[in-house]
Design a protein. Structure first.
Length: 138
């Protein structure tokens, strides 16, 4: 069995954002040489996420609005975690959106459903963070 590991680094210039990382994951898959197996992609920071969904700007806007209703950034004083910080909402948004995804690899390709893409979700940006890609298989 083969094993391949790669890190992606991001520095989203705004507090929040969504980045389609499907092309980078597909490139890592090509580099791995794995034809059948599994691909794990996970955010290596507690205020960021990795998730699968459609690459549609209206949906991304709706995520932003929905997440802000569920875990509003302000008032910052409303969170005990924010004593000395201001990112409690980012931790909660990450919990909602998830830490990682696992995608089957079939015949050397990510085995997606219709419209599926992999995204990096940033909820406390303006600093460097990483995503791990781990590919195993034959």
């Amino acid at each position: 069995m083969k094993s391949y590991r790669q890190e992606l680094w991001f520095n989203v210039p705004s507090r929040r954002g969504f980045v389609n990382i499907t092309p980078q994951v597909e490139e890592a898959l090509r580099a791995s040489g794995v034809r059948e197996g599994l691909c794990l992609v996970n955010a290596m920071h507690i205020t960021a996420s990795v998730f699968i969904n459609d690459d549609e700007s209206g949906l991304h806007h709706d995520y932003e609005v929905w997440l802000e209703k569920l875990a509003p950034h302000e008032p910052v004083s409303g969170y005990r975690h924010n004593r000395g910080e201001d990112n409690a909402d980012a931790h909660m948004k990450r919990q909602i959106m998830g830490r990682e995804v696992v995608v089957a690899i079939t015949e050397g390709r990510l085995d997606f459903g219709t419209w599926e893409q992999i995204f990096y979700g940033e909820f406390d940006g303006r600093r460097k963070k990483r995503v791990l890609i781990k590919i195993i298989g034959e």
